[in-house]
Design a protein around this ligand. Structure first.
Ligand code: BES
Ligand code: MN
Ligand code: MN
Length: 461
């Protein structure tokens, strides 16, 4: 009965729900680029306005040392449970812009093979404005149909894509305000539109920047070449040595605290549907590659990684310039799994990278942001409520999965607020998060809006 009411309301307001998201996607809220500071404020204000319109009380823009957090709540009965919704209104940079088929901040709706009903193409459509906004619309729907069964608090931040450096201190200062029973987040993926799934874990992150310096200035590569260290050659060699022939990471101590799964747990994980051929076809690769002894899902879900995210130095302009560079740089990320610690792994990496540098160069390593890995207990009330909710709208029990991505604040929600998070994502990995032509299926958007109220219902029951 209730679900009928909800579906009827969503159906009647579909167009407006979409138009409102389109408007939100037009603001380029790129947290990584200072020039977008005014857009960040504008987006925070838009989110605030939408929460008010949806029926939230005490809506405020909370200043932090960085970009603000938008807070709002609806307390219907203090004896009822409280769901704390987390999401982020910031997005990744859209570069390289020339690879987009339409401008990243001018949303268009197009059909694709995977999204025959259409998908909305724009930076942030899936990660995370589209997924975050489902919660605002689900809340509106529950308010308007008188079906909100418990209390809700919204916490929408603007710095997730830069590692949430100011959200940790903010939640510590606002423990009382954020008191609740569960954190609900839609910022992850399902396996496919006909294979619902719920992430039971996220990887952590340690992000490093390395600088290798050789001679004190760029040199003629003929006059000096062969007699001094070329920092780019050296850097490449150092990076290459970080993996052995089995693609194990060679940083001493790197695997010390990695939690090995039992063979039962691994065979449980192997039940998650995965089509290697489709995976390869989607990425246009002839062969997958990763750590020996593990499946693709294990490589992204339960194993740590070390990857170069960017590397530069020397001459990269037009034509050829014969130069022996003075410096070389790389950004290196390590994805972490339980029970690795971001700080410990950063320290191990720094020590190792400095130790493998030949005397002919100088090496400087600095650590950027990081985050701890998390696991969500799949037998908890929250996970079961999410599972029942999805089962009802998809007609299939969702598969528990482990995601390769990171949401650094999730570990802090547990540590500082004592709350587990439910990773109630509705996007697809193939939606192009952080890539050109990011999109979010209309099916996924509306399905999310219809499924979220069921989470509230089963969590409160
Ligand atoms: N929403 C993603 C994380 C994600 C995506 C998890 C898909 C699972 C499936 C989030 O916005 C993100 O991109 N996180 C960053 C964290 C970093 C910037 C600190 C990541 O994983 O690289
Ligand atoms: Mn995200
Ligand atoms: Mn992201």
């Amino acid at each position: 009965m209730e679900q009928n009411q909800i579906q009827t309301y969503v159906n009647a307001h579909k167009e407006r729900f979409l138009n409102e998201l389109v408007d939100l996607l037009k603001i380029p809220s790129i947290s990584a680029k200072l020039e977008h500071k005014p857009d960040m404020q504008k987006t925070a204000e838009a989110v605030k306005q939408r929460l008010i319109e949806a029926g939230a009380d005490n809506v405020e823009i909370c200043q932090t040392k960085g970009y603000p957090v938008v807070y709002g709540e609806k307390i219907i009965d203090s004896s009822k449970p409280t769901v704390v919704v987390y999401g982020h209104y910031d997005v990744q940079p859209a570069d390289p812009i020339n690879l987009w088929d339409s401008p990243p901040f001018e949303p268009v709706i197009k059909k694709t093979d995977i999204h025959p009903e259409g998908a909305i193409f724009a930076r942030g459509s899936c990660d995370d404005k589209g997924q975050m906004y489902m919660h605002v619309k689900a809340f509106e729907t529950m308010m308007k149909t008188n079906t909100l069964p418990c209390n809700v608090k919204f916490m929408i931040e603007g710095e997730e894509e830069v590692g949430s450096p100011n959200l940790g201190p903010w939640i510590i200062e606002n423990k009382e305000k954020l008191k609740g029973d569960i954190i609900l987040i839609s910022d992850t993926s399902i396996i496919a539109n006909d294979i619902p799934s719920i992430d039971a874990g996220l990887r952590g992150l340690a992000y490093m920047e390395v600088e290798v310096t050789g001679p004190n200035r760029d040199l003629h590569s003929g006059v000096y070449g062969g007699a001094v260290a070329n920092p780019i050659n050296i850097l490449c060699k150092m990076i290459a040595s970080c993996h052995d022939e089995n693609n194990h990471i060679t940083v001493p101590g790197f695997y010390n605290n990695v939690q090995e799964l039992s063979s039962e747990e691994r065979s449980e994980m192997a039940k998650a549907p995965f089509e290697l051929e489709a995976f390869k076809k989607d990425l246009n690769i002839d062969e997958e590659r990763g750590e020996k002894g593990y499946s693709t899902n294990e490589r992204t879900g339960i194993r740590p990684t070390l990857d170069v995210n960017g590397i530069w130095g020397g001459y990269t302009g037009e034509g050829a310039k014969t130069v022996l560079p003075s410096e070389a740089f790389a950004k290196i990320s390590m994805r972490l799994v339980p029970n690795q610690s971001s700080k410990e792994i950063s320290d191990l990496f720094i020590k190792h990278f400095e130790s493998i540098a030949p005397k002919s160069v100088k090496v400087k390593v600095t650590a950027h942001h990081g985050g701890e890995p998390v696991v969500v207990p799949i037998t908890s009330k929250g996970f079961l409520a999410a599972s029942k909710a999805m089962e009802e709208t998809y007609g299939k029990k969702p598969v528990p999965t482990r995601s390769g991505g990171s949401i650094p604040i999730v570990a802090l929600f547990k540590k500082e607020l004592g709350m587990d998070s439910i990773l109630f994502g509705f996007g697809l990995d193939s939606d192009g998060l952080h890539s050109p032509n990011e999109h979010y299926g209309l099916f996924n958007y509306y399905r999310g809006i219809e499924t979220i109220p069921l989470f509230y219902k089963y969590f409160t029951a």
